[in-house]
Ligand binder design. Structure first.
Ligand SMILES: Nc1ncnc2c1ncn2[C@@H]1O[C@H](COP(=O)(O)OP(=O)(O)O)[C@@H](O)[C@H]1O
Ligand SMILES: [Mg+2]
Length: 335
């Protein structure tokens, strides 16, 4: 692996700035991802689902024009699927000729000097992991009957995995960790999760619903009966469900029962309870949702009662501060 930066034109401080327009509140992580790629390192993003790992990578691909091949890691991702294969029908007629070889994502990324992004790397079969170790060490690959495929400058592996996944995380061996930089990606704070949910659900969604949805997923993550709670994806789905259901039932999206049914549908499948739990997922969601949403409503300026405001200056800033206050208010009144 060369020590020279390999993307002098495409990657740099500007990349981080451009990513910020798409990735909410992840400045440090974006800097580290760009730095790893700029210095020609392979990178493992380790964190629970829904923490913006793919969003960061897509933002790099979209803003720099760096080509990226995305692969979903699962038990079916055999070495042949990842590297490529000879067209079986034509092998019978013509034998193993190079012109009937079909590149898989790895061969494409090597030849083109692309990024290869493997999601859920812990789920891929052992032989495929070994293949990736070889490629990371040798920067080339030898395919029987085809020959050598060399990594062009720019080829890097970016892998993602959920450390709490029950499938195969233990198989990510020292051999892989020794060849790859690792960035731990955790859940973001409440304000950022509210901003993400808002960005995904549009400006029409009521503030109280968006904040309540985020507070609910956060409360579920911390709930004593819950082993793994929902990500911000759960909050996004809850808000979208509630909005559709409000149309179907001709009731407001903030209606307690509309929200509760939306929460049950959006969240109950997204949590894993402890083995010892004496409650069902539905019961936990209902308990959390009712607790959060039956808290007294906050006035738009965050101060109950006083609707006057002071009338001047800093509208956007005030709005943000009051949304934070509202969030804190709902969560403190509800515990
Ligand atoms: N920091 C963020 N900025 C913008 N959107 C985000 C952010 N984090 C998560 N999202 C949104 O949340 C959802 C899940 O994010 P994703 O990147 O797919 O997570 P992961 O790859 O870690 O599972 C997507 O809809 C994405 O748009
Ligand atoms: Mg992802």
């Amino acid at each position: 692996m060369s020590n020279q930066p390999v993307y002098p034109m495409e990657l740099g401080p500007n990349t981080v700035e451009q990513m910020e327009a798409r990735v909410i509140g992840r400045r440090r992580e974006c800097e580290l991802v760009v730095a790893a790629l700029l210095s020609g390192r392979h990178l493992l993003l380790e964190g629970p689902p829904g923490t913006g790992k793919s969003t960061m990578l897509r933002a790099i691909a979209d803003t720099t024009g760096i080509e990226m091949d995305f692969v979903e890691g699962n038990a079916e991702l055999t070495p042949a699927r990842l590297i490529g294969h000879f067209d079986p029908a034509q092998v019978l007629e013509q034998g193993y000729r190079p012109d009937i070889w079909i590149d898989g994502p790895l061969a494409r990324a090597l030849r083109g000097g692309h990024l290869l992004y493997v999601e859920e790397i812990n789920r891929v079969p052992e032989e495929t992991l070994n293949l990736l170790v070889t490629v990371m060490s040798e920067q080339e690959l030898t395919v029987p009957r085809l020959g050598r495929i060399k990594a062009e400058p720019g080829f890097r592996l970016v892998a993602a995995m959920n450390p709490y996944d029950s499938i195969g995380t233990a198989r990510i061996s020292g051999a892989i960790y020794d060849r790859i930089c690792r960035l731990a990606v955790g859940y973001q704070d409440a304000d950022h999760e509210i901003a993400i949910t808002r960005a995904q659900t549009g400006t029409e969604a009521p503030e109280r619903l968006v904040e309540g949805a985020v507070l609910a997923v956060r409360a579920l993550r911390d709930h004593p009966e819950v082993r793994i709670g929902p990500s911000v994806r759960g909050a996004i789905d809850l808000v979208k469900m509630a909005e559709s259901l409000s149309v179907i039932r001709s009731r407001p999206a903030t209606d307690l029962e509309v929200g509760l049914d939306a929460a049950l549908t959006a969240l109950s499948g997204r949590l894993q309870l402890h083995d010892s739990a004496a409650v069902t997922a539905e019961e936990v969601v209902e308990q959390v949702w009712l607790r959060i949403m039956s808290a007294p409503e906050t006035a738009p300026n965050g101060e109950p009662g006083d609707g006057s405001g002071n009338g001047e200056g800093g509208g956007a800033q005030e709005g943000k501060a009051s949304s934070r206050k509202a969030a804190i208010r709902i969560s403190t009144t509800s515990s």
